[in-house]
Design a protein around this ligand. Structure first.
Ligand code: GLN
Length: 565
């Protein structure tokens, strides 16, 4: 391919949201990457928030933290996982962040006295960012997902930017519309009309789509493909049938069955490249494991960001869920994840007994007071009943509080986040955070992104990682209070990972003699777990859970044998 001739694929959504535009974007990137191309992906979110950091997970799903500390949308996690990539802040933008830059530039006289206008200055800033992201990652193809659906007011300036790019570089820019074909239950027939309207809405924005990914419950038949082709102005071979699948990881494989890879290359004017990379073979093996792992292990995830009205939003913990899956499938086990609401343990502590049914218990990150006492009770239960435990971020801080209360007998031990005036703050606010909190400087101000951790010799963490120095992503304001570290250690808690200056406690564990697996991290390992590269700590947790599952099975069989005698 000619140098500096970067190609751009804009992925836009039609009809309704939530039909897999993010996964389609990731899969498009993946199939092109498997053909040997260098790919990067960009997510555009049309809201005013500067980043995703200040949003409640029940509003917008998980906040995915990049290595450079930027707090972004969960789709960025999908891109990183599908592409095995590490993306940067250049790969994410919101309306708010674009406007902020334009206004700052205006204040700095960077527009040289011109009248600064919504059009063209906002689209020009967007175009500049898209190109910069491509340059920075030396990508040959940049896949850009435009948030929202066509016809909305919110994303119109991003579509305008895309249109302007197409005019300037007609050979290098293409469009993919991810649309939805409903099958109304009373009608019983797949309807193409909403997709036709979406394609036309896009026409109103001056854009003709090149490809339509037709999402639906079922595969598209020839008749529907013909209809969409005729009325949306897209040739027959470029209508891609994308029926519902059991696993999102099937999607790149399904796209290839529809010859999407060849179609994209042809449209982009890239010489045909055969799909025969090692990573595509590994991917197929991974998908094979998903479909063929039959033996189950039961994992409980205890959290509070599940319920929004009638909905259960496991989206809030998507990276954690996927990280569990990668490690479990790699060990040929099928993880059954159950969501337990920590509020329930507060209301009726008797429910704690149900934790016995699980092979492992995980407490992910979280914020605030609600549900805390329930989580503390659950941690006490799994510690005392030797059920494998894995705590992430808040899950580490609460494990420390629980240990201080019930092992060290500091009855009033707590975290500053729950009770700022309490006497025994075993978790308190980090020094550099104090000023920020006082000034109400909440956006993008936590300890964010990748920091190194040094692992202590002869610990589970060290043996699992197999090295001394690691780097993991963070998102927190509070830390283990240095004043209590000695006490916690003498009570039997091991801090197996610390910051290089040894001031911040990054990993805690209990020795194998005390507990089969009790581990918690101040960082978020889930952000670096990839399908083809499962995270070592998750794998260790899953291995411990498998062991418990086997032991439980043995006990059940023994009792059965006894009964039969
Ligand atoms: N609320 C805790 C803190 O800010 C934990 C954050 C998290 O779990 N991501 O330190």
């Amino acid at each position: 391919m000619k140098k500096n001739n970067c190609k751009y694929i804009f992925v836009v959504g039609g009809v309704i949201s939530g039909v897999g535009k993010g996964v389609s974007t990731s899969s498009i990137g993946k199939i092109l990457q498997d053909r040997g191309l260098k790919i990067t992906a960009i997510k555009i979110d049309p809201y005013i928030n500067i980043d995703a950091g200040t949003m409640n997970p029940t509003e917008h799903g998980e906040v995915f933290v990049l290595s450079d500390g930027y707090e972004t949308d969960q789709d960025m996690g999908n891109y990183e996982r599908f592409l095995g990539a590490t993306l940067t802040r250049a790969n994410y933008m919101t309306t708010g962040s674009v406007y902020k830059t334009v206004i700052e530039k205006e204040r700095n006289l960077e527009y040289k006295g011109k009248c600064v206008q919504v059009v063209p200055h906002i689209p020009l800033e967007i175009i500049g960012r898209i190109k910069e992201a491509g340059r920075k990652s030396r990508a040959e193809v940049v896949v850009i997902e435009v948030g929202g659906t066509v016809g909305e007011y919110e994303n119109i300036l991003f579509l305008e930017a895309a249109r302007m790019m197409k005019i300037k570089h007609p050979e290098d820019v293409i469009f993919v519309l991810v649309s939805y074909l409903p099958v109304p239950s009373k009608v019983g027939e797949m309807k193409t009309k909403p997709t036709q309207h979406s394609a036309r809405s896009l026409n109103n924005a001056g854009i003709q789509t090149d490809i339509i990914i037709a999402r639906s419950e079922f595969s598209l038949d020839k008749k529907r493909k013909e209809k969409i082709s005729t009325f949306c102005n897209v040739s027959f071979s470029r209508i891609i049938s994308a029926p519902d699948v059991d696993s999102i990881y099937d999607i790149p494989i399904n796209f290839e069955k529809e010859k999407l890879g060849n179609t994209l290359l042809k449209l982009l004017g890239i010489k045909k490249m055969k799909n025969n990379s090692q990573s595509s073979r590994d991917w197929k093996k991974f998908v094979h494991n998903i479909n063929n792992s039959k033996e189950e292990i039961k994992i409980a995830v205890i959290g509070k960001y599940f319920s929004t009205g009638d909905f259960v939003l496991s989206d809030s913990y998507i990276s954690v869920i996927e990280a569990i899956k990668y490690s479990a499938y790699n060990l040929k086990k099928k993880p059954i994840l159950n969501w337990l609401n920590s509020d329930d343990f507060e209301k009726s502590p008797r429910k704690l007994k149900m934790l016995e049914e699980y092979d492992g218990v995980l407490i992910p990150g979280g914020f605030g007071v609600r549900g805390i006492e329930g989580k503390l009770r659950a941690i006490k239960y799994v510690r005392e009943h030797r059920i494998p435990y894995f705590g992430l971020c808040y899950g580490l801080q609460l494990a420390v509080v629980e240990f201080a209360r019930n092992v060290l007998k500091i009855k009033k031990a707590t975290t500053q986040e729950i009770d700022p005036r309490a006497k025994n703050l075993v978790i308190n606010v980090m020094e550099e955070q104090k000023d920020k909190l006082e000034k109400k400087d909440y956006g993008g101000s936590m300890r964010l992104g990748s920091y190194p951790t040094i692992l202590k010799e002869k610990t589970i963490a060290r043996s699992v990682y197999g090295k001394r120095r690691i780097s993991e992503r963070h998102r927190h304001r509070y830390e283990v209070n240095p004043e209590y570290i000695q006490k916690l250690k003498s009570g039997g808690l091991i801090f197996s990972g610390t910051s290089p200056d040894r001031k911040l406690m990054e990993i805690l564990e209990l020795p194998k003699e005390t507990h089969p697996f009790f581990m918690a991290t101040q960082f978020h390992p889930e952000f670096q777990a990839h399908p083809l590269n499962p995270h070592p700590l998750f794998t260790a947790f899953i291995k411990a859970s498998i062991k418990r599952e086997e032991e439980r099975k043995e006990i059940i069989e023994k009792t059965k044998r006894k009964e039969n005698k």
